[in-house]
Design a protein around this ligand. Structure first.
Ligand code: CTP
Length: 404
């Protein structure tokens, strides 16, 4: 990426403003120019001096500074960037942007810009879940505004839930995907990615599910699309925003996921990152099962193995099939066996024990197992792991097309 790429970063108020400092450093490390705008509230959390020192540029804070208007009017400020990023994006600024208000520099820029906009919301869970915020988000999505996060976890207010600003690495990966003049490493390659949990009905109100957030699969779909692949993401229920440039098919059960996968064939690459429920109720009840004062027995039957089916699919087997192995013990040993029993080409092993904290987390530690051996990858954000995996896929596909 060259210095010609420019980000206008709007930092709005909130304790998460400090994370923008890391984001600025990451962007500068990649030679992406960053010009920052601080809202009045943001300037109470991080100083213009720090932001200016890190970005190496003047920091803009006040709509009505005559000098600023003469030097760099707010219209020019909004037009000179390749991408406008709002991180953290407060509920208040999102509400203004959704409704076209322009009563300070940040909201005026959002109304005046002709460039793509990416928001990284950050707020308390109640504020995030409030119908007004969700309405505003729907309006912004309809206006073509892209979103990354928020994550779930401990919030600065002491509560736990959705609303924590996405980690700087995830924001960076999304920025890079948006800035990329879609690289052509995987041009004309068709990719299928499964993601998220499946939900298997027990009765009309209950289901068997699991803790998968879908973050890793979504990040892989986005990373493959950024390299130019034509991506179909088949996903169980998640809270993740749609990846850029991917076709998203939503399903609920393992059988629906299998049917959607078989329909998406032929593809060149399949990555099965979904946490598919291994079992389903043999006969889901038509009506809600009532308490009876006695113990209940639920008969479970096995779900189809989607990764196994794709690995064996003849004559439509994808050139490269990649699976994941979610293990809680003997991670590498179990994953190595799993690669052989499933018949896939590569398996990405990860530790999903409670102590690893992988499910729902933004970070992951994986080992890539192929026909040659085991590669240990360092702990990294799921976005970074996805980019690295997409690059590995691109080089494998390139080799296969050279060697007949
Ligand atoms: N998988 C699948 N269909 C299933 C179960 C798993 O496609 N019914 C895929 C997952 O997407 C993952 C891989 O198989 O890529 C391994 O999933 P994992 O949950 O680790 O293993 P299981 O096959 O469920 O085996 P076990 O639970 O016995 O470890």
């Amino acid at each position: 990426m060259t210095d010609t790429k420019r980000i206008l970063l709007i930092i709005s108020g909130g304790i998460a403003a400090y994370k923008s400092l890391t984001l600025i450093r990451r962007l500068r490390e990649r030679n992406i120019a960053v010009r920052c705008v601080l809202s009045v509230a943001a300037a109470k959390f991080v100083t213009p001096l720090t932001v200016g020192a890190l970005s190496g540029d003047k920091v803009y804070t006040d709509l009505f500074s005559l000098t600023d208007e003469q030097e760099m009017g707010h219209i020019r400020l909004s037009r000179e960037a390749d991408l406008v990023v709002v991180a953290p994006a407060s509920a208040d600024l999102l509400a203004k942007a959704a409704n076209g208000l322009a009563d300070d520099l940040a909201s005026t820029i959002l109304l005046a810009t002709d460039k793509p906009v990416l928001i990284a919301p950050s707020m308390n869970t109640e504020m995030w879940e409030h119908p007004a915020t969700q309405r505003n988000l729907a309006i912004l999505a309809g206006d073509g505004v892209h979103r990354v996060g928020p994550d779930e976890g401990d919030l600065a207010c002491g509560e736990i839930g959705a609303g924590r600003v996405a980690e700087p690495d995830s924001i960076l990966a999304t920025i890079e995907a948006m800035l990329a003049n879609t690289s052509s490493d995987l041009a004309s390659v068709r990719a299928l990615v499964t993601s998220g949990p499946t939900q298997e009905p027990i009765d009309p109100v209950r289901y068997i599910g699991n803790r998968s957030s879908g973050k890793q699969g979504y990040a892989i779909a986005q990373a493959l699309a950024a390299l130019g692949a034509e991506v179909t993401l088949i996903t169980g229920p998640t809270k993740e925003p749609d990846p850029l440039r991917a076709r998203v098919i939503r399903i609920q059960t393992a059988e629906e996921m299998l049917a959607a996968c078989l329909k998406a064939l032929p593809v060149d690459v399949a990555v099965c990152a979904a946490a598919v429920s291994d079992w389903r109720a043999s006969v889901p009840a038509n009506q809600k099962i009532k308490r009876s004062g006695k113990s209940q027995h639920l008969e479970l039957i096995e779900n189809p193995d989607i990764l196994g089916r794709l690995s064996a699919a003849q004559p439509n087997r994808p050139t490269l099939v990649v699976g994941f192995a979610a293990e809680t013990e003997s991670v590498i040993e179990n994953a190595t066996k799993k690669r052989l029993t499933k018949g896939c080409d590569w398996i990405i092993a990860n530790d999903v024990s409670q102590k690893s904290g992988v499910f729902g987390s933004t970070h992951n530690k994986v080992h890539v197992i192929d026909e040659i051996g085991v590669e240990d990858w360092p702990v990294a954000s799921k976005a970074v792991i996805a980019e690295r995996l997409a690059a590995r896929i691109a080089s494998k596909i390139a080799c296969r097309s050279i060697v007949p």
